[in-house]
Design a protein around this ligand. Structure first.
Ligand code: FAD
Length: 320
């Protein structure tokens, strides 16, 4: 996704903030607005372009105020709004946080460090891989994790979506508009998406194959040509011909860089916070999809960001 914004040019040399916000998705940008409006100086760091996973949603129909908006457009609105208040720096991957005498130092892969009194972690999640033969080999050659980014490459072609949860269902529904055929392969023996998506899948007659395990993605050396799957009840193995494989089999939190600092994570790597969004470290809060028990929704990420910023501000005021 390209944003035609000049992000971060104004304060090129500033390295010292009240708050460093890690991640510029819905949660991080919401937190940024609240921090800035409370009078805290804040910077948002992101390892890629701003906007987060919202930009991957083909259509968002459940965010208050918009009956339907493309994820890219909504993400752009978030970035434009937040960049009125704070500097957003892209290509800044945070690799660690350490305590210093005044608070924290935040290190990035790019070699730039920032010092701050408080941190809001809003690093979201990334796509889980299937880990089957052919997946890595054909990534970018028919295998994708983002229909919004790559779906248009498959106009009038056959695509298969692996994983029939909400994200996979939305991807299939959207791509069925312009592909020659779209089908969904689901590991579980039942629909795994919301009713609204089930109805859309049925209305569009998109095959939703249940209880199937994909075991291999096949190709001709240059591009994907099909996949192999096993029926989990009968054990029957079958092959499907397809041009594109879109994988939506879950998400993993982007939190490994916090382990060394001693931030408490649950067994799956999600950040454990209290009801105010605070982690076990002083002045370190977390928000959005990287938090344990999150609902993986834009609305809740925005709310989390707001809560983390307000409570971090209160902590700072109370600590003098
Ligand atoms: P993210 O949006 O994931 O943002 C995290 C940001 O942190 C990213 O920009 C990432 O680059 C950055 N980051 C990660 N690690 C680092 C690091 N170490 N250093 C610096 N930056 C880092 N939700 C809805 O409410 N409605 C929908 O219709 C909907 N549809 C969806 C469709 C799809 C296909 C997908 C994948 C998701 C959908 N969602 C939807 C879910 C929604 O996108 C997420 O819940 C939301 O984006 C979470 O926001 P976040 O800010 O917590 O994390």
């Amino acid at each position: 996704m390209e944003f035609n914004l000049s992000l971060g040019s104004a304060e090129e040399e500033k390295r010292d903030y009240d708050v460093v916000i890690i991640g510029s998705g819905a949660a991080g940008l919401s937190a940024a607005i609240y921090c800035a409006r409370s009078g805290l100086s804040a910077v948002v760091l992101d390892k890629t372009t701003p906007g987060g996973l919202t930009a991957e949603a083909p259509w968002v129909e459940n965010y208050l105020g918009y009956k339907a908006i493309s994820g890219v457009d909504l993400a752009k609105k978030f970035v434009e709004h937040a960049s009125d208040y704070v500097t957003i720096r892209q290509d800044r991957e945070v690799t660690g946080i350490t305590r210093n005498k005044d608070g924290y130092e935040v290190q990035t892969r790019e070699g730039v460090s920032y010092s701050c009194k408080g941190i809001i972690v809003a690093t979201g999640t990334t796509h889980r891989h299937l880990n089957v033969p052919g997946e890595d080999k054909y990534y970018g050659k028919g295998v994708s994790y983002c229909s919004t980014c790559d779906g248009y490459l498959f106009r009038n072609k056959r695509v298969t979506v692996i994983g029939g949860g909400n994200s996979g269902a939305i991807a299939a529904i959207t791509m069925s508009e312009y592909t020659s055929s779209t089908e969904v392969i689901e590991f579980m023996p039942r629909y795994m998406c919301e009713d609204a998506y089930v109805r859309a899948i049925e209305r569009r007659k998109i095959p939703y194959l249940k209880n199937k395990q994909v075991t291999e993605i096949k190709g001709d050396g240059k591009k994907v040509t099909g996949l192999v799957m096993k029926d989990r009840q009968t054990g029957e193995v079958s092959e499907v011909e397809t041009d594109g494989v879109f994988i939506y089999v879950g998400l993993i939190p982007q939190t490994s860089f916090l382990r060394e600092a001693g931030v408490k994570l649950d067994e799956r790597g999600y950040i454990i916070t209290n009801a105010k969004g605070k982690t076990n470290l002083d002045m370190v809060y977390a928000a959005g999809d990287c938090v344990a028990g999150n609902e993986a929704q834009i609305a809740t990420a925005v709310g989390d960001g707001c809560r983390a910023a307000i409570n971090l501000y209160r902590d700072m005021v109370n600590s003098g």
